[in-house]
Design a protein around this ligand. Structure first.
Ligand code: C2O
Ligand code: CU
Ligand code: CU
Length: 462
């Protein structure tokens, strides 16, 4: 197992730099929220899409007057949004202009193991990888990031991550805000630490990565965004390495959650707070009509992370449809097999079923199309920030059957690819793989993943 790229910079229990996101902000001046570009599809055929991504080095001014060395896809930090339609045949040219190996994994996408971009689909510096697949899953907000065992955490910290939007006839037909960058906003949330010279301080201790005291949204520190006083849709992604985030709104506003990781919920759910562990997404609609001032905030861990500047006052009387989609029932009786995964974290390290990741070992095999119940438990949360583990499975979207013996909360009744298992909790999921090949399952705390809290499952011919 290669662990290069990770340095134990301190073994003290008190992080040198870390704190809560926002603690490190020195200037109260707000910067315009960066909106990632929508990547252009180079194929004029409406049934086909061709994209090009390049992982490269860059630099960006996060902190006024200081340049930070970064990585990005097609730019300095983060990457563009890839918008795909269900049914479309997609081909992506991914080139590696970094000086280290990388891979690119489509988190949440249901594709063959060979196209998944896990640790075995390595792209060497100067090389290009060309995954091809047909999109066949409902409208959703997915994402992509590197996935090389041992260096994922550092490469993501440096900036390699981006969003994928899947659209379909259902999303076309729903009365929801859908103007990209105007009332349908990507919100990629990460915490970072900086050294005095402006460079990233990616520091790992025995406990895990040192939590960042700066909050970045789409790579912007202290952002604001101008919106009209109607409804805005936010596509929230927790792209942090290790921390869970709780999102709330000021002015006593509510979120209407419309989607989880893998697409729309059956019914929108009104929520005061949304918690996302690393890797999870939530789509929400926020109605700004009730705001009396010309400003309101999205709070992250209580910190006013994103300022909404309201341009046009007025009421928005459109209603978010209460019934969004009809999902197949998560029916436990469809299961023809069970297995269990015990997640054990000890500081920065961890195991699944007592094993550390080995690329040469196949931990599980399952036939394509077989439905199973998986039981996820944790033993010891350790001292990692969140004290639990976001369990993620590649190549499929699953359903949560129960959490601690009870029916899951409404927001967990849709499609999920990442589910948080808190200390002492038991989560049961209903899972099936539609494609064949080898896939990873792992804890999405990226340091846990890099230090071996990952396993491999082979999906064989039915
Ligand atoms: Cu978000 Cu295995 O990945
Ligand atoms: Cu994934
Ligand atoms: Cu973990």
């Amino acid at each position: 197992l290669v662990l290069s790229g990770i340095l134990f910079s301190s073994c003290s229990l008190l992080p040198s730099n870390g704190g809560r996101p926002g603690d490190g902000v020195v200037s109260s001046e707000r910067n315009p929220l960066r909106i990632p570009e929508l990547l252009e599809d180079r194929n004029p055929d409406p049934n086909m899409a061709e994209y090009a991504l390049e992982a490269r080095e860059g630099e960006q001014e996060f902190i006024p007057g200081k340049l930070t060395k970064t990585f990005g896809y097609n730019g300095d930090y983060l990457g563009p949004v890839l918008r795909m339609r269900r049914g479309e045949q997609v081909s992506i040219q991914v080139s590696n202009a970094l000086t280290d190996d990388t891979t690119i994994h489509w988190h949440g996408l249901e594709v063959d193991g060979e196209q998944d971009g896990g640790p075995h689909q390595k792209i060497k510096p100067g090389d290009t990888w060309n995954p091809q697949f047909t999109v066949d899953q409902p409208a959703a907000t997915l994402w992509f990031h590197p996935h090389l065992a041992g260096t994922t955490a550092n490469q993501v910290y440096m900036g390699l991550a981006g969003l994928i939007y899947i659209e379909d006839e259902v999303s076309d037909g729903l009365n929801l805000p859908k103007e990209y960058g105007v009332n349908d906003l990507p919100v990629i949330v990460q915490d970072r630490n900086f050294k005095a010279d402006g460079s990233f301080a990616y520091e790992v201790s025995m406990m895990g990565v040192v939590p960042g005291n700066h909050l970045l949204i789409n790579g912007t520190e202290n952002p604001y965004v101008e919106v009209n006083q109607g409804k805005v849709r936010l596509r929230l992604l927790n792209a942090s390495n290790a921390d869970n985030y709780t999102f709330t709104l000021s002015d006593n506003l509510d979120f209407q959650q419309i989607a989880s990781d893998g697409g729309f919920l059956e019914k929108s759910v009104v929520r005061k707070a949304i918690e996302l562990s690393p890797g999870e997404r939530a789509e929400v609609v926020v109605d700004l009509s009730a705001v009396k001032e010309d400003k309101t905030y999205l709070l992250v861990e209580g910190y006013p992370g994103l300022e909404f500047r309201i341009l046009q006052l007025g009421k928005d009387t459109t209603e978010v449809p209460s019934q969004l989609v009809v999902l197949p029932k998560a029916d436990a009786t469809l299961s023809t097999g069970e297995r269990s995964f015990q997640l054990e974290g000890m500081g920065i390290q961890g195991t699944i079923n007592g094993k550390v990741y080995d690329p040469d070992r196949m931990d599980e095999t399952i036939p394509q199309g077989k439905t199973e119940i998986w039981t996820l438990t944790t033993t010891f949360g350790g001292m990692m920030q969140s004290g639990g583990h976001p369990f993620h499975v590649h190549g499929t979207q699953f359903r949560v059957l129960s959490r601690n013996g009870k029916e899951p909360p409404e927001e967990e009744r849709g499609y999920k690819d990442t589910v948080f298992v808190g200390v002492g909790e038991e989560v049961r999921i209903l899972i099936q793989f539609k494609h064949q090949g080898m896939y990873m399952y792992h804890c999405h705390i990226l340091e846990h993943e890099d230090y071996g809290m990952m396993g491999q499952i082979m999906v064989t011919a039915p």
